[in-house]
Write a protein that binds this ligand. Structure first.
Ligand SMILES: Cc1cc2nc3c(=O)[nH]c(=O)nc-3n(C[C@H](O)[C@H](O)[C@H](O)COP(=O)(O)O)c2cc1C
Length: 171
């Protein structure tokens, strides 16, 4: 069966360079989270991440992809428990902050602790505590899977990310 002309006009030349990859994938609208964990016997840290995906229903699991070069990559990879904080529409500043290496530490006064001991960000749309299950090779990222052990959802609207910009849902 022959391919339609529109298929050809939308096919990108290979190899897919980094700029084209970023531009193409930026068309996928996502929510925005801050993934949090604690340095062993130390401070709480977090990183802005849009790569959080629901993975399994039974057992309940999710995954997040963390860049190998990220300052807190090793903390997240090794943490027994980590938190996923789904950001609300008004939390753009938090998303910007936890995307900056120098601003990824949480003070004790600005976090709450989940029943299992993961640091959580109050005011987020949803807070999820995970027990880390596995870390897998994902190219220049590590795929971290976790089993959901606790979650809490508030009323509100989500913060979204599309085409390299923060956005809110209309309507
Ligand atoms: C909206 C948004 C989503 C992001 N999603 C991810 C992600 O899923 N995984 C990741 O490793 N970094 C993600 N980043 C980048 C990190 O937040 C961070 O900026 C990057 O790792 C650089 O931090 P570092 O200096 O600690 O390495 C995202 C950044 C933004 C602004």
């Amino acid at each position: 069966m022959s391919q339609s002309p529109s298929f050809h006009t939308r096919t990108t030349p290979m190899p897919l360079d980094e700029a084209r990859f970023r531009h193409t994938m930026s068309q996928l609208v996502t929510g925005v989270t801050v993934v949090t964990a604690r340095v062993p016997r130390g401070r709480a840290v977090g990183i802005t991440a849009s790569s959080v995906t629901s993975l399994s229903l039974d057992p309940p699991m999710l995954l997040v992809c963390v860049g190998r070069d990220a300052e807190i990559h090793d903390v997240l990879r090794e943490a027994e428990r980590f938190g996923v904080n789904v950001l609300a529409a008004g939390q753009v500043e938090l998303a910007r902050r936890f995307a900056e290496r120098e601003r990824q530490h949480l003070e004790e006064g600005e976090l709450v602790v989940s029943p299992g001991g993961a640091p959580m960000i109050p005011g987020s749309l949803a807070r999820i505590e995970c027990r880390r299950r596995a870390h897998l090779d994902g190219g220049d990222h590590t795929i971290i899977t976790g089993t959901l052990e606790w979650s809490e959802v508030d009323e509100g609207r989500p913060l979204c990310y599309f085409a390299g910009r923060f956005a809110e849902l209309n309507g």
